[in-house]
Design a protein around this ligand. Structure first.
Ligand code: SF4
Ligand code: MSK
Length: 640
């Protein structure tokens, strides 16, 4: 599988210069990996013990079992379960750190933090059974942090936030024994069950996969979103710009990259410090420009309108513009290639998490009690590095696009209700009357194996053309932002007539940016609100919805996909998870599972085909609900 042609002009320009200078990037290294290992892609290579590695011959001519007797079904299912557990662990560990920050804030041991959404603090504290009467916010914060931490170590019972799901989902999960008990317990049990000589039944392994994923969706990730809102403020729709063109020729450019808002939020604050701005001026810069990459970008974009320099595949390219003084990274999605690219330029890379050390990169450990001081120290390093920039090598593409981001389950509620009616009613009514076909989540990473971002754009265009409201998160949202799809005008330019009419009446874009990867849980909550509003089903699996992460890359995407499937949704990946070496497992998760959990997987690379599969699924749900025919008769597949 070789890489597809790039479409983003900014990327093309920077890559051309990199090629000339002999600097490799993710696309070159991906190309050098071709052909990639077929056994690995099919999920039939096992390294679970030292009798192996073993592999199964997919053509039936060589071994059909590993040394221990494991079949393709066992091997592929174990690998899938482990990867999902890793994804779930990543999101959940991020949530754990936020809980620890909340406790530290409650104890007065932080610098630069406050409770920015006290209303949400009280709502969530109530959900966790905390008596908030006559209590100071700071004490509620500490108690909530401690209560949330219990969710990680719980051994029995059910995760508290699973109660947010419709009753039918909760009943299904209980009947299948997939209701998550404690977040850490589910991760540990999945690792234990996938040890050699343990769980060998692929269906049983799918069960643990779903439970560990649900521990993410209705546990770790959901907690991360809620605590981030409390600490850093609940997003509101906000205008910003995205793509490498947000970098400035005449300012100190700092990139924040990774996932946690904990550090990046204080960096943005510290960049406004008068002394540091003066220092920048004395170094000959007009100012300090902070821009984001990946989900850290999304976290700060939706709350503070931070410019976005790019998504996952653009992390090296930002450095290759020659205009970055400093890139500060925390956790997840930081390619080793970043440090390698930085060696060719004056760019300093600073890693701040002891959990993510990078060879050759300076580490400045970040602690909440000195957050602002640390942020200032990092910015000072950037400012002092400005004079080392080689102006003859600066190559900032001009491309950047305006966008609107920051839609949440709570504020979509408000916007869709229009100015005077804060309710999901207009959304449900417009789905019922056939103006809006349904809602699609288009999320996840960008991947050189697929469209390098372009698949998201093609998919979203096809969905909105056919009257599907699209909700996005992660790097997919950044990609569509760069292509102009997150502007309200997109409704007039590209949406089907029905969706256009609704967007016009309510004043929203047809594509809503809801935040970072952990914020996929905002989509779960919005779906729960749609069920509560009534008229379009009594459970999540009955809703006319579908999801896609065509360019998925991280194990986190598997956890996300699995918690949506286990919650009743169709989820489309562009390339399959590593399961197709087992026909039985593939059939089970792409067909049979729908009978029990209501959701299922599909693997479709072509974005237009993927859109049509999602639309057909949505139409199937519309038909089951006996909703009115679509008003837009031109839409796919006409008149359902
Ligand atoms: Fe081979 Fe079985 Fe060991 Fe896997 S667990 S490496 S299939 S012997
Ligand atoms: S950052 S997980 S590349 S979306 Fe969340 Fe982007 Fe995927 Fe990382």
């Amino acid at each position: 599988m070789s890489r597809k042609k790039l479409q983003d002009k900014a990327n093309i320009k920077v890559l051309a210069a990199a090629k000339k200078a002999g600097i490799d990037t993710v696309w070159d290294r991906f190309e050098a990996q071709q052909p990639q290992c077929g056994f690995g892609m099919l999920g039939i290579c096992c390294r679970m013990c030292n009798m192996g590695p073993c592999r199964i011959d997919p053509f039936g001519e060589g071994p059909s079992k590993g040394a221990c007797g494991a079949t393709a079904d066992t091997i592929a299912a174990r690998d899938m379960a482990r990867a999902t557990a890793a994804g779930s662990a990543s999101h959940s560990d991020h949530a754990r750190d936020l809980a620890l920050t909340l406790i530290a804030l409650g104890k007065g041991q932080t610098q630069g933090y406050s409770i920015r959404d006290p209303i949400k603090l009280k709502i969530i504290a109530g959900e966790f059974g905390i008596d908030i009467k006559d209590k100071k916010e700071i004490d509620i914060a500490r108690q909530l942090g401690e209560k949330v931490l219990e969710e990680f170590g719980k051994q029995e019972g059910e995760l508290i936030l699973t109660k947010r799901a419709p009753k039918k989902q909760q009943d299904i999960w209980r009947s299948m024994n997939i209701t998550p008990r404690g977040i850490d317990r589910e991760v540990v049990e999945t690792l234990s069950r996938t040890h050699e000589g343990m769980d060998q039944d692929y269906k049983n392994l799918v069960q643990t996969t779903m439970r560990v994923a649900l521990a993410d969706g209705w546990g770790g990730s959901m907690i991360a979103t809620e605590l981030s809102d409390i600490l850093f403020g609940s997003p509101q729709p906000i205008r910003a710009r995205a793509n490498l063109g947000v970098l400035k020729e005449d300012e100190v450019n700092i990139i924040i990259h990774g996932h946690e808002p904990t550090l990046s939020d204080v960096i943005v604050t510290a960049a406004q410090d008068k002394e540091l701005l003066e220092l920048a001026k004395s170094e000959g810069a007009k100012g300090i420009n902070v821009a984001g990459i990946c989900c850290t970008a999304n976290e700060i974009l939706v709350r503070r309108g931070l410019p976005v320099a790019g998504n996952f595949l653009q992390q090296e390219l930002a450095i290759l513009t020659g205009a970055i003084e400093l890139m500060v990274v925390d956790i997840q999605c930081i390619m080793p290639g970043v440090a390698q690219a930085a060696k060719h330029f004056h760019t300093k890379v600073i890693s701040t998490s002891p959990k993510a050390a990078i060879p050759g990169v300076e580490g400045i450990a970040f602690h909440e009690d000195k957050a602002l001081d640390t942020a200032k120290e990092i910015i000072k390093l950037a400012v002092e590095n400005y004079k080392r920039r080689d102006r003859s090598r600066v190559n900032i593409p001009k491309e950047s696009m305006e966008l609107v981001a920051g839609f949440t389950a709570e504020n979509i509620f408000y916007h869709l209700g229009g100015r005077f009616r804060g309710s999901y009613k207009p959304l449900n009514e417009n789905i019922i009357n056939g103006r809006i076909r349904g809602v699609a989540g288009v999320v996840g990473c960008d991947n050189p194996k697929m469209g390098s971002g372009a698949y998201h754009v093609a998919l979203v265009k096809e969905l909105i053309k056919n009257d599907c409201l699209v909700v996005q998160t992660g790097c997919a949202a950044i990609e569509c932002g760069k292509e102009g799809l997150l502007r309200p005008e997109t409704a007039y330019e590209m949406a089907g007539d029905g969706l256009k009419e609704v967007c016009k009446a309510v004043g929203i874009p047809p594509v809503l940016h809801a935040g970072s990867c952990v914020d996929n849980t905002r989509i779960l909550i919005a779906c729960c609100e749609m069920v509560k509003e009534g008229g379009i089903g009594t459970s999540l699996d009955e809703l006319p919805i579908a999801g896609a992460a065509l360019e998925w890359m991280a194990e986190k995407a598997m956890a996300i996909g699995w918690y949506f499937v286990a919650s009743g949704a169709l989820v489309v990946f562009g390339t399959p998870m590593r399961v197709t070496g087992s026909q039985a497992l593939t059939d089970y998760i792409t067909k049979d599972l729908e009978q029990t959990v209501g959701g299922k997987w599909a693997f479709i690379e072509n974005p237009i085909d993927a859109a049509h599969a999602m639309l057909a699924h949505i139409d199937k749900k519309r038909k089951a609900l006996k909703l009115q025919p679509m008003l837009n008769k031109q839409a796919f597949p006409v008149g359902v």
